[in-house]
Design a protein around this ligand. Structure first.
Ligand code: HEC
Length: 298
């Protein structure tokens, strides 16, 4: 009798336990889904990390060539493939690659990858972004080796470059939610408008005195002209209304009805077009608040 009672209690406890475990895992799965959905939005704000897709090829599998002063470097596979992508990396390792430029094997990522800018991303946004990256279907595609005519050692070169020119940021405790502060946060640390629209010198150092003032074809990324997006009326976008700036980000159509081309078209297609109107307007308001700089890029 006593044994029976014990068995009953044990069974009951077991049932309760499984029910509890089931609800907890159920909750954890729901939380993860929510986090990944938030991360998908951060991914869109980040232009869909479009540099990691060769136009018209498999998305996020890397292999796109980027010229550097002493050769060519290739963007990497960011899918969940265990061998050629991020599948076997821990969350912390992906985090360190995103904000410190350090790979899972300890080697250095060249500062072509904008980890300095991402270092100012709020932890909550990074965590969500990493949760989303975890959902990317594995694609097996090895990244080509760095091609260089110089005897270059990335584990010596990258830290040295960063020591001299690097500009890491302290992330905010929380991502700003609205207004000009939100706009600045996105322009500098998530959507990286400043990364493409601020000219760089011949060794890739951004010229802060021309913040957002664009670059001509000779020095623009991938040999493309990037327009001046400061409020200068003549050479920038000072005449554009805030709604018109937002519309470019969401639709790729300019106020003169011309279509945006090149790298900008890619970041719009892979991501910006899915940002909310509020975020697009916050970016527009921030752009209207920065100093106007006269700089002709044509
Ligand atoms: C990957 C590089 C890249 C990123 C990131 C980027 N842009 Fe651009 N942007 C370009 C290029 C290249 C063009 C020129 C497109 C063309 O010629 O049609 C351009 C064009 C524009 C134009 C049109 C200006 C004009 O006078 O025609 C605006 C406005 C603009 N970008 C705003 C932004 C904003 C705001 C962001 C961030 C949310 C951003 N861009 C992020 C590369 C980039």
């Amino acid at each position: 009798m006593r044994i029976r009672l014990h068995t009953k209690i044990i069974c009951l406890l077991f049932l309760l336990g499984s029910f509890f475990a089931f609800t907890v895992t159920g909750h954890a799965q729901a939380d993860n889904k929510e986090l990944a959905a938030k991360g998908q939005y951060i991914f869109a704000l980040a232009g869909g990390c479009a540099c990691h897709t060769v136009p018209k090829e498999t998305e996020n599998a890397g292999g796109r060539a980027f010229p550097i002063p002493f050769g060519t470097v290739y963007s990497t596979n960011i899918t969940q493939d265990k061998e050629t992508g991020l599948g076997s990396w821990t969350d912390q390792q992906i985090h360190d690659a995103l904000v410190k430029g350090i790979r899972s094997d300890g080697s250095r990522i060249l500062p072509v990858m904008p980890y300095e800018a991402y270092s100012g991303m709020a932890r909550e946004d990074l965590t969500a972004l990493i949760a989303y990256l975890r959902t990317l279907k594995p694609v097996k595609k090895a990244t080509p080796q760095l091609k260089s005519w110089a005897p270059f050692n990335r584990s010596l070169g990258a830290p040295l470059w960063l020591k001299v020119f690097g500009r890491f940021s302290d992330p905010p405790a929380q991502a700003p939610k609205s207004g000009i502060e939100r706009g600045r946060y996105l322009v500098e640390h998530v959507s990286l408008c400043s990364d493409c629209h601020t000219p760089r010198n011949f060794i890739g150092v951004p010229n802060r005195s021309l913040y957002l003032a664009g670059a001509n074809k000779k020095i623009g990324p991938l040999g493309q002209e990037v327009p001046n997006i400061t409020p200068d009326k003549e050479t920038g976008i000072g005449e554009w209304k805030r709604e018109e700036i937002a519309a470019v980000l969401l639709t790729g159509t300019k106020p003169d009805l011309d279509n945006i081309q090149g790298l900008m078209a890619e970041v719009i297609e892979h991501g910006f077009k899915n940002m909310t109107k509020e975020d697009a307007l916050a970016i527009a308001d921030y752009l209207k608040s920065v100093p106007a700089i006269k700089n002709k890029t044509e």
